[in-house]
Design a protein around this ligand. Structure first.
Ligand SMILES: NC(=O)c1ccc[n+]([C@@H]2O[C@H](COP(=O)([O-])OP(=O)(O)OC[C@H]3O[C@@H](n4cnc5c(N)ncnc54)[C@H](OP(=O)(O)O)[C@@H]3O)[C@@H](O)[C@H]2O)c1
Length: 247
């Protein structure tokens, strides 16, 4: 029986992915910054562990408690919508600490066991913002685009050890806690000169014909984890799947 460890399972895509893999019979290590075991049914094959991907002691501790794993999903992430000109560099760094360096730290921490066993898969969750440019998300896009390049390069050097690395690229998912979780961070990031433009962009989000659901992302992760092909990228969600066709 295979074991998957998922970061950021307190809500959204990570929570749904934990539920799906458990329902399909895997051992699931659902990690959360602040563990709330009650949001997942109490069950065999399911453990909730504390993990903040920005703290190296937390990363090491979670992996020690987890024991051997077969698949790591780097899903934990934070959003940032605002004019780059108005975004404090501390906020840019905060986004990179989670989305970019957190993903790298988790990956580095599991590689010894994967390389030694000559098996293992890292799945990094990025965004359709890396596929086509969206305005007012420059720092966020940078944090996720870094992970696209990181994953592409890493896949090459790990192939010799039969360790694989893949990307999930979700589209716009308004039903997760992504916007609410970023609300405080985004205060004051749309100054007057950008306001009219930002409102027009908000309006297009509100009118989106296709969006990404938690279930679509969980299914994409399931497909990536079980796909023997050397596919690197898996768009997730109706809007994400439509994007390459539109290009
Ligand atoms: N929703 C979208 O429109 C969208 C689109 C494309 C890509 N994505 C990506 O999809 C992933 C999941 O997002 P979501 O939409 O499901 O949002 P979400 O509901 O806000 O979930 C994000 C999860 O990441 C966790 N997290 C944040 N910082 C963390 C840290 N330092 N250590 C560990 N966990 C941390 C959050 O935990 P707390 O509850 O403790 O904050 C939460 O569990 C993210 O990587 C996001 O960038 C989202």
């Amino acid at each position: 029986m295979k074991t998957i460890l998922i970061t950021g399972c307190s809500s959204g895509y990570g929570l749904e992915t934990a539920r799906l893999f458990h329902a399909k019979g895997w051992n699931v290590v659902a990690t959360m910054r602040t563990p709330r075991p009650e949001i997942l049914a109490h069950a065999d094959r399911l453990r909730v562990l504390p993990l903040d991907v920005t703290r190296s002691a937390s990363v090491q501790h979670a992996l020690e408690l987890a024991g051997p794993i077969d698949v790591l999903v780097n899903n934990a992430g934070i959003g940032l919508f605002g004019a780059f000109e108005a975004t404090p560099m501390d906020t840019v760094r905060e986004v990179f600490e989670t989305n970019t360096f957190g993903t790298m730290a988790m990956t580095q921490a599991v590689l010894p066991q994967f390389r030694t066993r000559r098996s293992g898969l890292v799945i990094n969750v990025t965004s359709t913002a890396t596929m086509v440019p969206f305005p007012l998300v420059a720092a966020y896009t940078a944090s996720k685009t870094a992970i696209e390049g990181f994953t592409e390069s890493l896949a090459l050097e790990l192939a010799q050890f039969d360790v694989r690395v893949k990307l999930i690229e979700p589209g716009y998912g308004p039903s997760t806690r992504f916007a609410a979780n970023g609300g405080e961070r985004m205060q004051g990031l749309i100054p007057g000169p950008y306001m009219a433009y930002a409102q027009s962009i908000f309006a297009t989000f509100g009118a989106a014909a296709a969006v990404t659901t938690e279930a679509a992302v969980a299914e994409a992760v399931w497909h990536a984890a079980n796909d023997p092909a050397a596919t690197l990228r898996y768009p997730a969600g109706d809007d994400a799947i439509a994007l390459p066709q539109a290009r």
